[in-house]
Design a protein around this ligand. Structure first.
Ligand SMILES: CC(C)(COP(=O)(O)OP(=O)(O)OC[C@H]1O[C@@H](n2cnc3c(N)ncnc32)[C@H](O)[C@@H]1O)[C@@H](O)C(=O)NCCC(=O)NCCS
Ligand SMILES: Nc1ncnc2c1ncn2[C@@H]1O[C@H](COP(=O)(O)OP(=O)(O)OP(=O)(O)O)[C@@H](O)[C@H]1O
Length: 211
């Protein structure tokens, strides 16, 4: 699963989990890797300086975001350098998470929630049976980011322009979830998709019981 920022991926993830599906969330993996003691800390401090690490030794994500999305004068490679540090570590942790899920249940259905799939798919060490993207208009997503992430319009737009476009994501996907629909409708879209892909769902959340 991929999708533009604030299109509704976490909302879909929640429903997938309720359906008994394991979700590996690459934003969560990023956050784990930015906790004290992670190998990423030293690399990020070397590249971005001590200001992006807080007093407890974890990444100050707001400070780092300002560095990479804030258009700092003379630092044109900041975002690419952040990605070069983080992405291999995220991929490694995702592979570990997948192994862990499969060790418990070799038949598990696993969804990787990869916001930047369109940007990174050529280098990912895993391949997928299906790709879905969650999409909503830019104006809706900007409003959501301003409301729920306390971002300014400029900060919200800076994230969007530094990601692939909806069209690029849709070209790679075999299904598009309308993240602008009401949440119960989104859930129904997901249920239909899972049925069409013959994905078994947890009985307690079978769609017929919810409707
Ligand atoms: C830039 C950072 C510090 C921002 O932290 P913050 O708490 O504000 O955002 P969070 O991590 O919750 O991510 C929210 C969304 O921002 C967008 N985003 C995150 N990283 C990037 C990036 N490198 N390029 C473009 N958009 C990004 C995604 O849509 C993501 O879903 C952090 O996201 C980070 O270190 N990103 C680099 C790792 C990465 O690429 N993660 C995405 C994995 S696919
Ligand atoms: N269909 C919807 N209708 C109304 N609000 C929604 C809908 N989908 C998501 N939202 C709300 O929009 C915000 C962003 O949604 P969500 O966190 O699911 O998006 P996301 O794609 O995971 O975002 P991010 O890229 O920031 O991780 C949340 O507050 C969520 O409750």
């Amino acid at each position: 699963m991929t999708g533009g920022i604030a299109a509704g991926k976490s909302t879909v993830s929640q429903h997938l989990r309720e359906c008994g599906i394991a979700v590996i969330d690459y934003d969560e993996l990023t956050h784990i890797l930015q906790e004290p003691g992670s190998p990423a800390i030293m690399l990020l401090e070397q590249r971005f300086g001590p200001d992006v690490i807080d007093a407890d030794g974890r990444v100050d994500r707001a400070a780092l975001a300002a560095r990479v999305f804030g258009g700092a004068q003379g630092d044109n490679t900041a975002l690419a350098d952040l990605n070069a540090i983080m992405h291999p570590l995220i991929d490694q942790l995702a592979a570990e998470a997948e192994r862990h899920v499969l060790a418990v249940n070799p038949n598990a259905v696993i969804v990787h929630d990869i916001p930047l799939y369109a940007d990174v798919h050529e280098h990912l060490p895993v391949t997928f049976d299906h790709v879905m993207t969650v999409e909503a208009p830019v104006s809706t997503r900007v409003q959501r980011m301003m409301r729920t992430r306390a971002m300014s319009r400029e900060q919200a737009l800076a994230r969007i322009v530094n990601q692939a476009t909806s069209e690029q994501r849709e070209q790679l996907a075999d299904a598009v979830i309308d993240g602008n629909a009401a949440i119960p409708d989104m859930d129904c879209q997901v249920d239909q998709l899972l049925r069409s892909w013959h994905v078994p769902m947890a009985a307690t959340h079978a769609p017929s019981e919810r409707l």
